[in-house]
Design a protein. Structure first.
Length: 577
């Protein structure tokens, strides 16, 4: 059922794998000759025991030994080349899907907390490691196992029956291993992922944990999850290790049994001593792929899980259709009857929102906490798709723009500021490897962050971490504001922009809004503080997810005050009555 549901993702993965079809054929050809040359050892043993020892000819021994040296050298060379080809198959598969999986992971994570999206690149790496590993080479060797077993049967039927029976037992062990180890391996992977997430969560909040005396409680919380992960890992290792040990023991026993039975048949004069040794060597070679697969079964299981998870992710996030490039839009934003349902929710958080923003206009969006201001910001930037209604930029719906192109037209300062590992210049330039210095400085000056930045030890080249590093909350806010203003976006959306700013920063913010308006850019400000809407021309009031008012700032504020006084008078009158 799951395969049918996520069939588009499987088709995409299979199509990508098929692009290396010629390389797989090359691996198959190399495997043919490698396995053919594997007969060198048994044939050499037969010749030494049956001819050299019988004739006592040293020249024959030297000639056979030189021939064997050459054949083993060729086998080693072909096996090495096969390994290099497999490595390139895995690398090509990953390189072809890296951008696709990364985009799908980011797009999915932006709208939903989906575990499949969180592990997208890790799943791709797991499949790539399997494709590049000797385990895949063993899969090409496995079809030769029946031929080796048949070769043993040519020496004597009893030897063939022993080899066939032993191979059947090992195959049964492999199937039991898959049956019993699948659940423990999946549980171990899930527990390990939870422990890593908990560790990262605690690490990112280290300052708060340290300052509030939560270190002991945080450790106990993490240790509980960690112990569960260790317990599940031990169960998985014990299960898989038991089957691996059983396989190795059985293989060694079968080789010894082959020698014992061959010795008995040699004493009876039914086989030669050389055939006895050759049968044991062929037995080991026939069972080697099975033993290798069982020894690396955790990798195989992880690759299978990654393959299915990738198919699910790629199905949920299909390839975006190419869009005709539109000219740079005017700063005219039009919203009609907008309704937004947050991902994973069934109820609209915003309903029937309609307003317009003209070029050079600043609109303040106000309302109580949880009314939907941040939801509106995510919808306007294209992060969350409308459940109903339309959002148009200069007449074109947002989905008519390529996401990266749309992102250049919007400047966005989220409520929760997040910087990235790198320099301040790279953060302002939206992670560009070679930031445009002129645009970076211009954006910093508009955000009143230039003086603050140049006073740092390394200025714009100061490296910061995801948590800001040496920067304070207010400094991070200014850098993030400069990032929102980088490259002169036509629409700037600021979600609680002065939450971490001091009075000087708030004044600088208002000055930046004034300069944006003068340049013909439009600004939307989601705010609680009155100081944040000082430069606003229009106000949009949201209450409980619905539009309560929209119009000129002074009129909306006057109406709100009048309504507030009316309600107070009515309440007072009710109290008298």
């Amino acid at each position: 059922m799951a395969n049918k549901v996520f069939q588009p993702g499987y088709d995409e993965l299979i199509s990508c794998r098929r692009r290396s079809r010629s390389l797989y054929w090359a691996v198959g050809v190399f495997s043919f000759f490698v396995n053919l040359l594997m007969l060198t050892g048994p044939l050499y043993m037969m010749q030494v025991y049956d001819r050299v020892l019988g004739s006592g000819s040293e020249a024959t021994l030297v000639a056979l030994s030189l021939l064997v040296l050459f054949l083993y050298g060729m086998m080693g060379l072909l096996d090495y080349v096969r390994g290099r080809v497999l490595a390139r198959i895995g690398a090509r598969f990953q390189a072809q899907l890296d951008r696709r999986v990364f985009d799908a992971m980011v797009r999915r994570s932006a709208v939903a907390q989906d575990p499949v999206a969180q592990t997208g690149t890790a799943d791709l790496e797991a499949v790539q490691r399997f494709m590049s590993s000797p385990v895949l080479g063993a899969a090409f060797d496995l079809p030769w196992t029946p031929f080796f077993l048949a070769g043993i049967a040519l020496f004597h039927p009893w030897l063939g029956m022993l080899a066939l029976g032993g191979g059947a037992v090992l195959v049964a062990v492999a199937l039991l291993n898959q049956l019993f180890s699948r659940a423990p391996l999946q549980q171990a992977a899930l527990s390990s992922h939870r422990a890593n997430l908990s560790s990262e969560e605690i690490r990112s909040a280290a300052e708060m944990i340290q300052s509030m005396g939560m270190r002991g409680a945080a450790f106990q919380r993490w240790q509980k999850i960690r112990r569960e992960a260790l317990k599940d890992s031990l169960v998985a290792n014990d299960t898989g290790g038991g089957f691996t040990t059983l396989t190795k023991t059985l293989r060694l026993f079968l080789q010894s049994a082959m020698l014992g039975l061959g010795a008995y048949l040699a004493l009876q004069g039914e086989v030669s001593p050389g055939a006895m040794i050759a049968g044991s060597v062929l037995m080991g070679r026939a069972l080697a792929p099975i033993e290798l697969g069982l020894g690396q079964w955790a990798m195989v299981q992880r690759a299978i899980k990654g393959w299915h998870a990738l198919a699910e992710l790629l199905t949920k996030v299909p390839v975006e259709a190419a869009r005709t490039e539109l000219p740079r839009p005017r700063a005219h934003l039009e919203v009609k009857a907008l309704a937004v349902v947050p991902p994973g929710d069934s109820r609209a958080q915003l309903r029937n929102i309609s307003f317009q923003v003209q070029p050079g206009q600043a609109v303040g969006v106000i309302g109580p906490s949880g009314c939907g201001k941040s939801t509106l910001a995510k919808a306007l930037t294209g992060t969350w798709r409308p459940a109903a209604g339309t959002i148009r930029l200069d007449g074109a719906a947002l989905d008519q723009y390529e996401p990266d192109v749309l992102g250049r037209h919007f400047g966005y300062l989220p409520q929760r500021v997040q910087l990235f590992e790198g320099t301040i210049a790279q953060n302002i330039a939206r992670l560009a490897d070679a930031p445009d210095a002129e645009k970076v400085v211009a954006a910093a000056k508009k955000a009143a962050a230039h003086d603050m930045i140049v006073n740092l030890p390394e200025g714009y080249d100061t490296r910061v971490s995801a948590g800001g590093g040496r920067l304070s909350g207010g400094q991070m806010q200014r850098v993030a504001l400069a990032r929102a203003l980088y490259d002169a976006p036509v629409i700037v959306i600021l979600d609680e922009p002065n939450s971490n700013l001091d009075n000087e920063g708030s004044i600088a913010l208002n000055q930046a809004i004034k300069s944006l308006k003068a340049a013909g850019q439009s600004v939307l400000i989601m705010a609680h503080r009155p100081a944040a809407i000082q430069e606003c021309d229009m106000l949009l009031v949201i209450d409980k997810g619905s539009q309560a008012a929209f119009g000129p700032k002074d009129k909306v504020l006057q109406d709100m005050v009048a309504n507030h006084q009316t309600i107070r008078k009515a309440s007072g009158a009710g109290g008298v009555r």
